[in-house]
Design a protein around this ligand. Structure first.
Ligand code: NCD
Length: 327
């Protein structure tokens, strides 16, 4: 059995200064940096399986989790990641406080900057909000989801999950991203990163849930679920984001499940050995059937959550390494 010291030695050997001051987009990193980050995250994942899980790589650093939208797993994942690295982690649920009183994003940013955090993890309903904040605060900003734009750590943790499930040669995989693509920052980040890795990416959705500029995304578009997932190695399901819909995009959730919900019958059209992913939170019986979501032979959904903590530890630790280097 590996002793704790061995794993932390591996972590220290794989640490590298993050190549940028912020992580705003899934394509902020060049391929060698993606590989280095995932190698580091792999070591953190093994570390997280031990009983003693704390390190001091972020000791003395302050991490603020600034969430303008509700979140359970992403916020919790960053909080656990920061705490396991020894940072002081402060959660600010802004929706409930100053913003409700009319404060602008820039005011919030200056207030936070005056508190001198080292790392700011931001989730906001507005596309581009994380980028805007990164120009106003003097610390590293990590985009934890901005509107319908990007969610880079989700795409990176999905890639880590795929690498662990299929081996290093992820570029040979075909991946179908299915469902509410129009409202999904997860889809945008994943399309960009998976294509940069060389994967064949398919976009599978009813016409009402495809963004108007989808032709420019580069993936093959399908408006039939069975055709879209035929022969693919990975089916990545998306949540129907009803909170971002102003009109009726789908006739009813029952109807949606019939045509677009992933169940065992539809999944039988994919390649043998297919794996299923979902960023969560899941609408069971709407976009995915419990029989598929809970089948350990096909579902990578819990693996994604575990990879999320490890990947975020890798991002935080390498940003701190950059700070130590005075960059
Ligand atoms: C995603 C998000 O918030 O963008 N979830 C997540 O980060 N765990 C996807 C979603 O909300 O459907």
């Amino acid at each position: 059995m590996t002793q704790p010291a061995d794993v932390s030695d591996t972590i220290r050997a794989r640490l590298f200064p993050f190549p940028r001051a912020h992580l705003l987009s899934a394509v902020d990193l060049e391929r060698p940096d993606v590989d280095a980050l995932l190698d580091l995250a792999d070591a953190f994942l093994e570390f997280g399986r031990q009983s003693a899980k704390s390190l001091d790589l972020l000791r003395g650093r302050t991490l603020i989790n600034l969430f303008f939208e509700n979140s359970t797993r992403t916020q919790g994942s960053f909080e656990i990641a920061g705490k396991r690295l020894g940072a002081d982690v402060i959660n600010m649920a802004v929706g409930a406080s100053s913003v409700a009183k009319g404060e602008t994003l820039i005011d919030t940013a200056s207030t936070l900057a005056a508190m001198r955090p080292d790392l700011l993890v931001v989730r906001h309903w507005g596309s581009g909000a994380a980028e805007l904040l990164s120009r106003k605060v003097g610390c590293s900003v990590i985009n934890a989801g901005d509107g319908q734009h990007e969610h880079p750590t989700q795409a990176l943790l999905d890639l880590l999950t795929l690498r662990r499930a299929f081996g290093a040669d992820v570029g040979s995989l075909s991946v179908a991203i299915c469902g509410d693509i129009q409202h999904s920052r997860v889809a945008r980040s994943n399309v960009a990163l998976l294509q940069a890795m060389g994967c064949e990416v398919r976009l599978v959705a009813p016409p009402t849930l495809l963004p108007s500029e989808v032709d420019r995304w580069g993936g093959q578009v399908f408006t039939d679920m069975i055709q879209g997932i035929s022969g693919v190695d990975v089916v990545m399901m998306l949540r129907l984001q009803r909170e971002r819909m102003s009109g009726a995009y789908v006739p009813s959730t029952r109807e949606y499940f019939r045509f677009w919900g992933l169940d065992a019958d539809k999944l039988a059209h994919a390649a043998p050995g297919v794996k299923v992913m979902h960023p969560g939170p899941m609408n069971r019986g709407v976009e995915i059937d419990s029989g598929v979501a809970d089948d350990p032979a096909v579902s990578l959904i819990s693996d994604q959550v575990e990879a999320g903590v490890a990947l975020r530890m890798a991002v935080l630790a390498s940003l701190a390494e950059r700070m130590e280097a005075g960059q």
